[in-house]
Write a protein that binds this ligand. Structure first.
Ligand code: THU
Length: 148
């Protein structure tokens, strides 16, 4: 995965990140699934960037909240931005929600395995793990670095 300075995220910061993700979930465009997701990325610079899912009538064109947030982070902070923590939330907090497989790979482009992931666990429990927990043995940018 991309090389990132390891930053420890304290509990207050994690709570703020969860709140930012929950607020972003309210902006979701999810008329088909009704499952409104928000994501908040904490960048190495300290900036927080949010995103929400944006569905499409051609279902497979749907963009997940994490992907929207990553695209926005690159657009606003440039391609060298690095993600140190991610919070995911959904508008119905009782439903568990971890980043999907595609989002794990998208995050791995700009984060290392230490990146903290905060998510809604079962029955409203606050879940937390690392990106490496979600995506072990990741196919990471280092695999192709010598070709760039
Ligand atoms: N969704 C996300 O935004 N992020 C995830 O990691 C899981 C799924 C969205 C996509 C779709 O709009 C809805 O949740 C139902 O799958």
């Amino acid at each position: 995965m991309a090389s990132v300075t390891s930053i420890s995220v304290n509990e207050a910061t994690a709570a703020d990140l969860r709140k930012a993700a929950a607020a972003a979930a309210l902006h979701a465009y999810a008329p088909y699934s009704g499952f409104r997701v928000g994501a908040a990325l904490l960048l190495e610079s300290g900036a927080v960037v949010t995103g929400c899912n944006v569905e499409n009538v051609s279902y497979r064109l749907t963009t997940c909240a994490e992907q929207t947030a990553v695209a926005r982070a690159v657009a606003e902070h440039g391609p060298k931005m690095r993600i140190v923590a991610v919070a995911v939330a959904n508008a119905d907090a009782s439903i568990a929600c971890q980043p999907c497989g595609a989002c794990r790979q998208t995050l791995a482009e700009f984060a290392n395995g230490d990146c903290r992931i905060y998510y809604p666990g079962d029955r409203g429990a606050a879940g937390e793990c690392s990106l490496a927990d979600l995506l072990p043995a990741a196919f990471a940018p280092s695999a192709l670095r010598e070709r760039r």
